[in-house]
Design a protein around this ligand. Structure first.
Ligand SMILES: [Zn+2]
Length: 463
């Protein structure tokens, strides 16, 4: 299978130029002008379009038993939605709970994805407890090519680890060269505040944010950074949502802590007034950390532009309306999560690049190159270069559309971004040289996706 893409403009974090791309045997074979190609080569006209490296979503949930139910997507539905939106690789949180065996959980997640994903994928391995078996199991998982861990400082007694377990996880990660992603909120405070609010009869979704205020996230972020500083491990703060947590992260970066920061689509574009709507509508917008006061957004966008925030992920986590209603009597029972795997690229292009909040190079960096570098996928993924996988997004900046649950491809009955206009979308998306998407339709091969084996981080790059 060979492809020639001509007429488009290639964009990477440090370059922008018109050139032809010739793809052979799943990788980019040549980049140049007036390329001569063998007969039978399929030719794609990309005139007037951008050519981006396939986008990488470094934080999604697909198979997820959580809060007495299961997230709605399968690897079939989520991967097709991801590809239609321009994401050619996702990194899923493998999340066994505290009562489950770590290695058994890893094997279960692998089995769920095996042969079912249309795009490539990898896992972050959640360490939800650290007992006498954990260390040997984590070594085995790293040998299997899963070279990033995830810890939760929140969700006490379910996914959450205590400070001792965090220390053990980071110490092992340092030895193995594994990056550790962390959900940073103070579990004790969240639990106490939730109980206090419920005791006052404050049960609606509008009380979710006050139960996990900004200071609680700032504390978690600062504590994680302190533990990184004292173990020498490399860390990654997931879904940073607010200015006080950003200050804690930036302060840590400034004193040399090896820390990177992710923000997610909902925190950049939605705010807590959505979760303050009455009943089900509010429940749809419950995630953790919660949607915040809108005043945080300019700081998040500007940190993203200046690279103090490294990446934009989604924390895609779809629960449908019926599941959200599990929390009708208490906000603490609302399954947490907002979907977004399908919309990230077009929304950040529209509200980031087109609104002048970030340039097109930083856009490619934050949504593709930087995640590839942080998580051991670069230069196989995250760039357009000879020898790299031919994961390409030919992006039509003239497309105009509106996001709606009626037309989405994920398996859910609402969209957190209902009614948002988008300016641009992928016209053609390839995964290792195979055309998987044309103009919003999946036209490719289901089950094409491969589990990406990764090497431990060899060099830490602070920017
Ligand atoms: Zn998450």
């Amino acid at each position: 299978m060979s492809l020639l893409i001509r007429g488009g403009e290639i964009v990477t974090p440090d370059a922008r130029y018109k050139a032809e791309i010739y793809v052979e045997d799943q990788t980019v074979a040549r980049i140049g002008t007036d390329l001569s190609v063998p007969p039978g080569t399929e030719i794609i006209d990309a005139t007037g379009k951008w050519i981006f490296p396939g986008f990488i979503d470094p934080h999604v949930h697909i198979y997820l038993p959580f809060m007495a139910t299961f997230a709605k997507d399968t690897h079939e539905t989520a991967s097709v939605a991801a590809l239609i939106g321009g994401t050619t690789t996702f990194i899923e949180m493998c999340c066994p709970s505290r009562t489950e065996d770590t290695l058994a959980g890893y094997n279960l997640w692998k089995e769920k994805a095996q042969g079912r994903s249309a795009c490539d994928y990898a896992f972050h391995m959640t360490v939800s407890r650290f007992d006498q078996n954990t260390e040997a199991q984590l070594r085995e998982i790293v040998r299997d090519g899963t070279t990033s861990f995830k810890i939760f400082l929140s969700y006490k007694n379910f996914f959450g680890v205590d400070d001792g377990e965090m220390y053990q996880t980071l110490t092992l990660a340092k030895e193995l060269g594994v990056i550790v992603a962390a959900h940073c909120e103070n579990a004790e405070l969240v639990g106490r505040l939730q109980q206090a609010l419920l005791a006052e009869g404050k049960t609606g979704p509008e009380w979710h944010e006050p139960s996990r205020p900004e200071s609680v996230e700032a504390e978690g972020t600062a504590r994680f950074a302190t533990f990184l500083e004292n173990t020498g491990a490399v860390g990654y703060v997931v879904h940073l949502s607010c200015v006080p947590a950003l200050k804690a992260a930036v302060d840590a970066k400034g004193r040399g802590v090896r820390l990177s920061v992710e923000s997610v689509l909902p925190h950049l574009l939605l705010d807590k007034t959505s979760a303050e709507r009455a009943g089900l509508e509010g429940m749809q917008y419950v995630m953790s950390p919660p949607l915040r006061d809108k005043r945080n957004q300019p700081a998040l966008w500007s940190a993203l532009a200046s690279r103090l925030i490294d990446t934009v992920a989604t924390d895609h986590c779809p629960f449908d309306n019926e599941q959200k209603l599990l929390g009708r009597d208490a906000f603490t029972q609302i399954p947490n999560g907002i979907p977004g795997i399908e919309e990230r690229v077009s929304l950040i292009y529209t509200y980031g690049v087109n609104r002048g909040r970030m340039d097109i190079h930083r856009f490619v960096d934050a949504l593709s190159t930087r995640p590839a570098k942080l998580f051991g996928l670069f230069p196989r993924k995250g760039t357009i270069a000879v020898g790299s996988d031919a994961d390409l997004v030919i992006f039509d900046p003239t497309y105009r559309g509106v996001i709606s649950a009626r037309t989405q491809h994920i398996n859910n009955d609402y969209s957190g971004f209902e009614g948002f206009a988008v300016e641009g979308r992928p016209a053609v998306v390839t995964v290792r040289g195979k055309i998987q998407v044309r103009d919003g339709n999946f036209v490719g091969e289901r089950g094409r996706g491969q589990l990406l084996r990764r090497e431990p981080i060899i060099n830490w790059r602070s920017n």
